[in-house]
Ligand binder design. Structure first.
Ligand SMILES: [Zn+2]
Length: 242
């Protein structure tokens, strides 16, 4: 009788493990991109001015976040660099924090951008016109970010505070950089632009060719806008096209 119970428990455990493996396998199959990975044959460098609000994180960690983001973007021939890091002490109200992360402005001419949103950003960055990475607390425990709001020349990133073993801040920075470079969120597929937690845990680096083309167009626009401080137009030899 006792042996029977042990056998039943063993069967249950094995079944549980089997279902778990099957679940991850199916998730991988359903979400893994069937498309080819995008290729960018022009090398670009984005220089960010970094602002850390109220000691949310340290310079060392910010460098590590950029390094993680670069591991992804380097695959598409784009690298992001830190031009400067400034700590800014600022009294932001809960309403302002929430407004910064939730304000749904995608149009440059949105009136609230000039009157409400950009004054807060200008206050943080001393009216800088360069690319800016702002690390600011959203006032909630999970991480969050914004990559293309108002004039799309800055990213806002909150840092992961709960699970230091699964710190997605670097991945989040890469995702928001994707928005900055003209990409929209993608759902269901394993993609850098999918920020569903399960997809995050698969740490997707994937961008398809259509997305890479959008990024290239945006980079050209940024170059005209003077937002790109440095660009190296190196066409890589790919065997067919030089
Ligand atoms: Zn997003």
């Amino acid at each position: 009788m006792k042996k029977r119970t042990i056998n039943l428990v063993l069967i249950f455990i094995l079944l549980f493990i089997f279902v778990l493996i099957l679940e991850f396998f199916l998730l991988y199959i359903f979400t893994h991109p069937s498309q080819e990975k995008g290729v960018n044959n022009k090398s670009h460098e984005l220089n960010f001015e970094v602002y850390i609000i109220n000691n949310l994180t340290t310079s060392e960690k910010v460098y590590a976040y950029f390094e993680e983001s670069n591991k992804i973007w380097n695959q598409y021939n784009i690298s992001t660099r830190i031009k400067s890091i400034k700590n800014v002490n600022l009294n932001l109200s809960e309403e302002e924090k929430s407004f910064l992360f939730n304000y749904l402005a995608y149009e440059e001419n949105d009136s609230e951008c000039d009157t409400k949103y950009m004054p807060i950003i200008d206050n943080i960055t001393n009216k800088s016109n360069n690319l800016r990475g702002i690390f600011v607390d959203r006032g909630s425990s999970d991480n969050a970010g914004r990559g293309c709001v108002c004039n799309c020349s800055f990213v806002l990133v909150d840092v992961d505070k709960l699970l230091s073993l699964m710190d997605f801040t670097g991945l989040n920075l890469a995702h928001e950089t994707g928005h900055l470079l003209g990409l929209l969120d993608i759902y269901g597929k394993q993609n850098l632009m999918n920020h569903h937690l399960l997809m995050k845990s698969l740490k997707s680096h994937f961008l398809n060719q259509e997305q890479v083309n959008i990024v290239q167009n945006r980079l050209n626009d940024m170059l005209e806008e003077g937002l790109l401080l440095k660009i190296s137009n190196i066409s890589f030899y790919n065997g067919f096209n030089q």
